[in-house]
Design a protein. Structure first.
Length: 281
């Protein structure tokens, strides 16, 4: 029988956050859900009442993150799982991105996720138990032109979670990075943002990402319901899986890029070893 849990999930109004919330409530788990705009949550709140605790939250506001997290633990008691899901994609060449867009991308995807984890850790540590699911992306392991800022945010959060997982394992806290490929959510054509266009980049590979968003004709292969079901199931795995690749496109892309990186490293082995002091030094 599945153990009933309480989950804290950001970005519950759409995408993976919405799908996960619906699946968890349907099986009888409690959800503490946050979003900047909760208007889309009225029907679920009416249907599930006390199983669904809601709070408005903009994850770029660090003080609000701490306040909402503390309120959730105070009012709900024990929370077993954090799902750091809120985020969006910013597309365009690095030179095209405005300063404001760059800062907001990092504040949302990277700093916001870091602050959320930091806010939850004292509670998990006192419980001597907890599980963190951090939504990353195939873009946290592979990089494509036209998405440099997005990749920076996702590669950054992957390094953070990898280190945090080692820091908190002694408190029975597990961390998993979720790396989906393309999924049929509103991420690509709904929440994503484009940088202002610089005409010179029309002939650059960076323009492919812009065209994909503007044309809106590329249909992702991933099923969000299947992906979120596997995210939920991963919490029953012990120890926590360090990474969860979801989607045939994610697997193929990461396998190709990781293999190429390893081959490049091996080609530099003798060069790397040559920089050490001699053994008799």
């Amino acid at each position: 029988m599945t153990q009933q849990r309480t989950w804290f999930i950001t970005g519950v109004n759409s995408g993976f956050g919405r799908s996960m919330t619906e699946q968890l409530l349907a099986r009888g788990d409690r959800v503490a859900g946050t979003a900047r705009d909760l208007s889309a949550m009225t029907e679920l709140k009416t249907r599930y009442a006390d199983l669904l605790w809601l709070a408005e939250l903009d994850v770029t506001d660090s003080a609000a993150i701490r306040r909402v997290v503390d309120q959730a633990f105070q009012q709900l008691g024990r929370i077993e799982v954090l799902v750091s899901n809120a985020g969006y994609g910013l597309f365009g060449a690095a030179e095209e991105i405005s300063d404001e867009q760059l800062v907001h991308q990092m504040d949302t995807n990277l700093i916001g996720s870091m602050q959320l984890v930091r806010a939850v850790l004292p509670h998990f540590r006192r419980q001597q138990a907890g599980r963190i699911l951090q939504l990353s992306s195939v873009g946290g392991q592979a990089a494509f032109p036209g998405a440099s800022a997005y990749h920076a945010s996702k590669w950054g959060i992957e390094g953070f979670i990898d280190a945090v997982g080692q820091e908190v394992a002694t408190f029975n806290i597990g961390c998993t990075l979720v790396e989906p490929g393309g999924a049929r959510t509103a991420f690509r054509y709904g929440s994503s943002q484009l940088a202002p266009r610089i005409e010179a980049y029309d002939t650059s590979p960076a323009s492919m990402a812009r065209r994909m968003i503007e044309e809106g004709t590329s249909i992702p292969i991933g099923d969000p319901a299947k992906m979120t079901a596997l995210m939920i199931a991963s919490v029953d795995q012990h120890p926590a899986p360090q990474r969860l690749a979801l989607g045939s496109d994610a697997y193929a892309t990461m396998h190709r890029q990781l293999s190429a990186r390893l081959a490049a490293l091996e080609a530099q082995k003798e060069l790397a070893l040559s920089t050490d002091f001699a053994a008799d030094s």
